[in-house]
Design a protein around this ligand. Sequence first.
Ligand code: ATP
Ligand code: LTN
Length: 336
Amino acid sequence: MSETTAKKRIFSGVQPSGKLTLGNYLGAIRNFDLLQDAYECIYCVVDLHAITVRQDPATLRRATLEVLAQYMACGLDPEKSTLFIQSHVPAHAELAWVLNCFTMFGEASRMTQFKDKSAKHADNVNVGLFDYPVLMAADILLYQTDYVPVGVDQSQHIEIARNIAQRFNNTHPGTFVIPEGMYPQAGAGAKICSLADPTKKMSKSDENPNGFILLLDKPEDIMRKFKRAVTDSDSRIILSEDKPGVSNLIQIYALATGKSVAEIEAEFAGKGYGEFKPAVGEAVVEMLRPIREKTEDLLKNKDYLEQVYTEGARRANYMAQKTLDKVYRKVGFVKR
Ligand code: ATP
Ligand code: LTN
């Protein structure tokens, strides 16, 4: 329940750990835009999370502003939603500490993202990577969030945030709103797969750049990647569980054009990949063109971006501090 308006509150975040992909857009950010009128929305660039894997400082700084600019280019309006950078609101790190003391080692050890990322970065399995879900819980709980729009890959992190909140509330009743995940429906962007290996999710940290489409990719690169996309052995354009490659492309084409799966299957009946793949590429180029152009314009205007994230942090700080004060009081810290 939000405290300042009757609208329900939404919180979500994206890591500036690289360049945003079509998966991030269709699975998350596109939906953020659609929620702005019906909910009170808070969207964060989670730079504290990004340093759980090594980042080059100049690249991280640039990527943080790029994510903010891409949020806005995708339709997030700083007049309607609060847009801010996580490290600008100290309460995130402060609440994470308290929540650490309400998180069990065993439950944190079960997080599949931790297992995957530790395997991938075996030379840097740091405590921050282990603690990632607790910081994410702090992000969400600080704002007394009702709903968290994320891709399905984040459902385990939403569950642990709920468990931590419930455990804290059991000891200190009435502290946190228990948040709920809000996932795109199957086929509506819930999981966009890699173009190089359609059994894996499209990920910006994939070592094969042919697997992902970046929001800022040039049209010729987008076309090339779609033409090379891995498909299945028979060439029929139909949605089917045993055809992950073509099913992924159909899903992307449907989202980019607004056409239904049945319409797409009819449009390409009797035709092969030679016609279908370039059609998907062109639809994605047209969908992303205005986003790329707007992002480039915004990145030229650093003063405006600074104004947006400064005002966002001011509003976020005010809301977050209220929750942190309540938590500090409940656990028994002396008022400063
Ligand atoms: P990384 O590759 O660095 O682990 P990521 O590409 O998964 O990162 P995040 O910043 O962790 O990106 O995720 C931002 C949001 O995008 C989350 O809500 C996540 O669920 C969503 N998302 C990421 N990839 C996909 C995908 N392939 N399909 C649907 N949603 C996705
Ligand atoms: N782990 C998330 C990013 C994230 C997030 C959040 C999402 C960090 N804090 C709070 C929603 C709410 C991911 O997308 N990989």
